[in-house]
Ligand binder design. Structure first.
Ligand SMILES: [Zn+2]
Length: 135
């Protein structure tokens, strides 16, 4: 599955001439395609949403840009990426698929934090082990 799709509507970009130029638009929703949202370096985890250190990331993520490091990314369409909802959806995805730790690991808090009981338990264990070693 490495089909190029519109970042906005998910339509196939099969019929869009390559390379994708600043004048390329989605044939279905007419969004500009040569933009961060369709780029391999687009990454929500960064403040500037760009994972490419060399790039000077355009502020506008959804309009065509001149970035030298633009490389189209397959399957760039993120469904239901509404403001604020994406976090919840990411978490839900993680819950259901259980293995989406690769590019959705926003926030470190997804791992199950040790409960107080757990921690107390290990502390106690350590104590006991120490005692046994001592004696
Ligand atoms: Zn589109």
């Amino acid at each position: 599955m490495d089909e190029l799709v519109c970042w906005s509507c998910g339509a196939s970009l099969e019929d869009v001439p390559r390379p994708i130029s600043r004048h390329s638009n989605c044939l279905k929703c007419y969004q500009q395609l040569r933009c961060c949202r369709l780029c391999r370096s687009y990454d929500e985890r960064f403040d500037n949403k760009c994972g490419d250190e060399r790039a000077d990331p355009p502020v506008e993520k959804e309009t065509a840009n001149f970035c030298d490091f633009f490389r189209p990314r397959a399957n760039a369409f993120i469904p239901d990426e509404a403001e604020g909802a994406s976090d919840a959806i990411t978490k839900l995805d993680a819950l259901f698929s259980g293995d989406s730790a690769d590019d959705t690991s926003e926030g470190e808090g997804d791992e199950r934090p040790p409960t107080e009981e757990d921690e107390a338990g290990t502390e106690l264990e350590k104590l006991f082990q120490k005692k046994e070693e001592d004696s």
